[in-house]
Design a protein around this ligand. Structure first.
Ligand code: 6PG
Length: 249
């Protein structure tokens, strides 16, 4: 019997309040994981929406003891060096990691400077070393963004990578951004204890309406994120959620 998807949607007046709520959820997940298993394994989202959250974690929460038992991974990364303007690692480093006492070996960067194939293989090996060789890695938390086309991480509509079931991480060429990336695959996302989507801006209102308002989930990789034994929280600002009010009326 299919278990009902545990999903909740929170709508915030603006980008800053979205970031503060995300930071609160992040630290609550960290505290819970450290109490129950002595460490916190989280995959960070790429893109720009989470930058407010990362800044808040690096400033308002930088003194928390949880950082020493935190392991940072990424949901995806562009295949560029770590200091490249497009690097998801660089964004998180500047806003958060550079300000925190996270042991260096706990920062599991996707090595974008390698070839896409080598970077995906190296990341998959790192995931197995950290999470165990058997079964799927189980993240305590995965932060995700949402593209206007319904992509999440680097899983794009119609791309074979969005239907991958064997690998934990894959190299993907994005026709949208015309660059190579490495992404976690859907089975890994769907094995997470908790997924938090962060979505901001009126440009996302259409896809939010499609997925959350009209329930057209299977068409989009972001809609197919449905952790079998976990929960999803959608953090939206009011602009991103504006389509929901329309579809509700
Ligand atoms: C990336 C992300 C991607 C992103 C969405 C939303 O590396 O770009 O993984 O999935 O989260 O495209 O991006 P914004 O937050 O910049 O709108």
């Amino acid at each position: 019997m299919e278990t009902a998807l545990k999903e909740d949607i929170w709508i915030f007046p603006d980008f800053d309040s979205l970031g503060f709520a995300g930071a609160e959820l992040f630290m609550a997940a960290a505290d819970q994981a450290i109490v129950s298993q002595g460490r916190f394994s989280v995959a960070l989202s790429g893109g720009t929406t989470p930058l407010g959250l990362y800044h808040i974690l690096g400033t308002a929460y930088h003194g928390r003891s949880a950082w020493k038992q935190t392991h940072l991974f990424w949901a995806d990364e562009r295949c560029v060096p770590r200091d490249h303007v497009l690097s998801n690692y660089r964004l998180a480093y500047e806003q958060m990691i550079s300000r925190l006492t996270i042991p260096q070996q706990h920062v599991h960067r996707i090595k974008g400077e390698l070839t896409p194939e080598e970077a995906a293989n190296a990341y998959e090996e790192d995931l197995k070393r950290h999470m165990g060789e058997k079964g799927l890695p189980r993240f305590d938390l995965i932060l995700l963004g949402l593209g206007e086309d319904g992509h999440t991480a680097s899983l794009y509509p119609g791309s074979a990578s969005s239907s991958e079931t064997e690998h934990l991480a894959l190299p993907v060429f994005s026709e949208t951004t015309m660059n190579w990336r490495v992404t976690l695959t859907l089975p890994v996302l769907n094995n997470a204890l908790r997924i938090v989507f962060l979505v901001s801006g009126s440009s996302k209102s259409g896809i939010v309406r499609e997925i959350l308002g009209q329930g057209r989930r299977d068409r989009y990789p972001a809609g197919r994120v449905a952790p079998s034994q976990g929960s999803i929280t959608w953090l939206l600002d009011k602009d991103a959620a504006s389509g929901l009010e329309e579809s509700a009326s």
